[in-house]
Design a protein around this ligand. Structure first.
Ligand SMILES: Cc1cc2nc3c(=O)[nH]c(=O)nc-3n(C[C@H](O)[C@H](O)[C@H](O)COP(=O)(O)O)c2cc1C
Length: 212
């Protein structure tokens, strides 16, 4: 009799639907738990990476403050905000570092750009990307020195026409067989410099250290 009931359930499509939903629910709960357990360590890693990169794009002799905690967020023209990490020496702002995000070949590329008071680039580092290993990933300083080619550049050096990869008539190298990634990075850094120039006066005005 037990066998008959088992066979009856097995043939019932509602039984299979309920079973499938049960498995889906258990998987979803496990995923949520997994996410919550790892979220904190992922965030810690993100902060460590950013702190390390801040030290790479702003030279140590330009500041005596804590770059990580001394920030100012300014509204952009489109209403979004850009957070700047400020470098200060003796209280005066000497440099700033900020993030720019752009679409690469296969996903978003997060950049950290360090500039001095005049808007000259002190350093650029890629904080995150999903570009193809061996092709687009040469933007990562751990793989290639290409990103160092932006050091000392500014909005006037090169001029606007030069802010492109060589293939498009500009001054920056592309990678062989991979122009999309470097093209996107060059454009994002140029736009970052334009943004900095538009906010520079507000940003560099004297103010208290800390988050504002
Ligand atoms: C599997 C695969 C992965 C690729 N990954 C990248 C990449 O990460 N970055 C990139 O710029 N181009 C990548 N490319 C090449 C682009 O499709 C495109 O051909 C190239 O960027 C154009 O550069 P070129 O004008 O120098 O040929 C990839 C192509 C293939 C087939």
């Amino acid at each position: 009799m037990f066998d008959t009931i088992k066979t009856k359930y097995r043939r019932n499509p509602v039984f299979h639907a309920v079973l499938l939903s049960g498995f889906a629910l258990i998987s979803a709960v496990l995923l949520i738990i997994g996410n919550q357990l790892t979220a904190e360590s992922i965030e810690l890693r993100r902060i460590e990476d950013l702190q390390f990169s801040l030290g790479q794009v702003i030279p140590a002799d330009l500041h005596d403050n804590d770059l990580w905690s001394d920030t100012r967020t300014l509204k952009d023209a489109d209403g979004t905000g850009t957070t700047y990490h400020l470098a200060r020496r003796g209280g005066e702002v000497t440099a700033a570092a900020f993030e720019q995000t752009t679409a690469g070949y296969s996903g978003l590329i997060r950049l950290l750009i360090g500039v001095d008071r005049e808007g000259k680039i002190l350093g650029v580092r890629v904080l995150a990307h999903t570009e193809t290993p061996g092709l687009g990933d040469k933007i990562d300083h751990a793989k290639n020195d290409w990103i160092l080619g932006f050091d000392d550049k500014s909005l006037t050096d090169p001029t606007e026409a030069g802010w492109k990869v060589k293939k498009d008539g500009g001054v920056f190298d592309q990678f062989s067989g991979a122009t999309i990634t470097p093209r996107a990075v060059v454009k994002a850094i140029h736009q970052g410099l334009i943004l900095f120039a538009s906010q520079k006066d507000r940003l560099l005005a004297p103010g208290k250290e800390g988050t504002s």
